[in-house]
Design a protein. Structure first.
Length: 252
């Protein structure tokens, strides 16, 4: 463990698996004290146990303001303050505008956009009290470019991209930095299940891999290092940035 984030306190949502889990591990390994937030209590408790007493697991539905307030109360009571937030919790419901149901659309925007707004609004007073801080939104390259069968998901991540820019403008003078990480296809449980359900999973993997000039699909750990940088003082003059972590996907 190193100390790039010594004395920093943060929250990682959706920390039980995939990108959230990888970010939590990377942040903790750099000395941060963390609250791991997620709906699957067993997952975040297991990770908290692995990472040690600088980390606490708090079961939380980030679409509910009352649970967000409880989360903030617990972390500030435990650690005394807050310096950064990683808004990672998200869902993906595939389909065109004709195929996506109203329930799928509402779930997507409640989780991917409304929760980002609710959490960011709730943490701002704490970040300002600390003299500033960092909000890191996990968006997607599909918030920058379109794709087949991703109408709701891409629209929600596009909203996160512009919300990120607006918050960066609005809160810069409070020394609150807001940036978005935009991963491409990352190999997680979610994407593995999607590929497994395809008619020809091997063909889908070849197609997705070929779309990335670096020649492989992403790993959750590919995102963790950038989260550390954005949470640290090394990125003190970085705000409003939309940062692809995509193996060259958006360059092609």
């Amino acid at each position: 463990m190193t100390d790039r984030l010594k004395d920093k306190v943060g929250i990682v949502t959706g920390a039980g698996s995939g990108i959230g889990r990888a970010c939590a591990i990377a942040l903790a390994n750099e000395g941060a004290r963390l609250a791991l937030a997620g709906r699957r209590k067993d997952r975040i408790q297991l990770l908290a146990h692995e990472l040690g007493d600088r980390v606490v697991a708090i079961a939380c539905d980030v679409t509910r303001p009352d649970e967000i307030n409880r989360l903030l109360g617990q972390i500030t009571n435990r650690f005394g303050g807050l310096n950064f937030l990683v808004n990672n919790a998200g869902v993906l419901r595939p389909g065109t505008v004709e195929q996506v149901t109203e329930d799928d659309w509402d779930l997507t925007f409640n989780t991917n956009v409304r929760a980002v707004w609710l959490l960011s609004r709730a943490v701002l007073p704490h970040l300002c009290k600390a003299g500033g801080g960092s909000i890191i939104n996990i968006a997607s390259v599909l918030g920058m470019v379109g794709a087949r069968n991703r109408a709701a998901y891409a629209a929600s991540k596009g909203a996160v991209v512009l919300l990120t820019k607006c918050m960066a403008i609005d809160h810069g003078l409070q020394n609150v930095r807001v940036n978005a990480i935009c991963p491409s296809f990352i190999e997680t449980e979610l994407t593995a299940a999607m590929m497994a359900g395809a008619r020809d999973p091997a063909a889908i993997r070849r197609e997705r891999t070929a779309a990335h000039p670096i020649g492989r699909l992403g790993r959750p750990e590919d995102v963790g290092g950038l989260a550390v940088y954005l949470a640290s003082d090394e990125s003190a003059w970085v705000t409003g940035a939309i940062l692809p972590v995509d193996g060259g996907y958006t360059a092609a």
